[in-house]
Design a protein around this ligand. Structure first.
Ligand code: NAG
Ligand code: NAG
Length: 307
């Protein structure tokens, strides 16, 4: 980390040169919640069927509203064009039973070398998740007879250099125009939001965990991240997996506090690629162990291949 000062100068120069072209090419304005097609109340048990049924029948460009209470569910799919809305005070919780997320090989909730055993809690094909409710992955709940939590499973796997089979909270793959607006995502068993091969993702007003931009199966480019506060986590990370290149990313108007890392670009000899035209402007970092870091020998937490 002795080279941090040099990198700081480089980043400042980049910001001067490229600030106009780095960002998302769309014009993003403050959003409104879409009109509601159906409003649901909790059933008191497993709400999966009820929620999935209205998601499947809701008209495009409308939203299914979870109106009040704490909903419990297994994996859900938000079909293309439809949105899910969680009102203030509403929570949607992932039932903490690995078998409910299993992809069919009975490996979800175990440690192995592939880490691809679980479906995600929410798979969004479009068009968004809205409002100030909470999606809770129950990462700290007991999931097996040994009283492991999802968090503990991940930690044990990492300690052994193996892969954890634990669900991601929100997965957005092969999609167009997806919005995450005001929603709070907590205690994910694995990544909070994972997105790949998606064009037009808008994330506004998020809290909790930080950002990681990779390029595992396709290039990642024209991304703007702004107006967000992050507490805890590993900061604004690009990498480690940047095989297809990351370019034209702008981070603006953000505050970060109490993190291990602030602005971070990392890769290693297995996952390297070209990272170019990255802009950081108006970033306030408070109490970070490594405010700026460029790491060319990063150990990846996961080498999952996500089929
Ligand atoms: C798991 O927790 C329960 C409830 O606290 C306890 O009765 C049980 O002995 C625990 N099992 C193990 C393997 O620690
Ligand atoms: C950042 O904040 C400044 C000052 O409030 C504002 O002018 C600018 O548009 C903001 N940038 C973005 C990308 O939101």
């Amino acid at each position: 980390m002795q080279q941090q000062l040099v990198f700081l100068v480089d980043i400042a120069l980049l910001a001067l040169v490229h600030v106009g072209t780095a960002r998302d090419l769309r014009n993003i304005v403050e959003l409104k919640n879409p009109p509601t097609c159906m409003s649901l109340k909790v059933t008191g048990g497993d709400d999966t069927e009820a929620i999935q049924k209205v998601l499947n029948s809701c008209a495009k460009e409308k939203t299914v509203a979870l109106a009040a209470g704490v909903f419990y569910s297994r994996p859900l799919t938000i079909p293309s064009g439809v949105s899910l809305l969680l009102d203030t005070g509403v929570a949607l919780r992932a039932i903490p039973k690995p078998a409910l997320y299993d992809k069919g090989r009975r490996t979800c909730g175990t440690i192995d070398d592939s880490g691809d055993g679980c479906k995600s809690f929410i798979t969004a094909k479009g068009s968004g998740i809205y409002d100030t409710g909470t999606i809770d992955g129950e990462g700290g709940a007991r999931i097996n007879a040994r009283n492991f939590t999802w968090f503990k499973l991940n930690k044990v796997a990492a300690g052994r250099g193996r892969q954890t089979n634990s669900p991601m909270l929100v997965e957005i793959s092969n999609s167009e125009d997806i919005t995450l607006y005001q929603i709070t995502l907590v205690r994910s068993p694995f990544y909070h939001v994972y997105t790949s091969e998606t064009n037009g993702l808008t994330v506004i007003n998020t809290k909790d965990d930080s950002i990681g931009i990779s390029a595992l199966t396709a290039p990642s480019r024209y991304i703007s991240l702004y107006g967000t506060h992050f507490g805890r986590g590993n900061g604004l990370a690009i990498g480690s997996r940047v095989i297809h290149g990351v370019s034209n990313v702008a981070f603006s108007n953000m505050t970060l506090s109490a993190l291990s890392h602030g602005m971070r670009i990392k890769s290693n000899t297995l996952n390297g690629g070209v990272v170019s035209n990255i802009v950081y402007e108006n970033i306030c970092i408070y109490r970070a162990r490594f405010p700026i870091s460029l790491d060319i020998n990063s150990k990846t937490f996961s080498s999952r291949t996500y089929k």
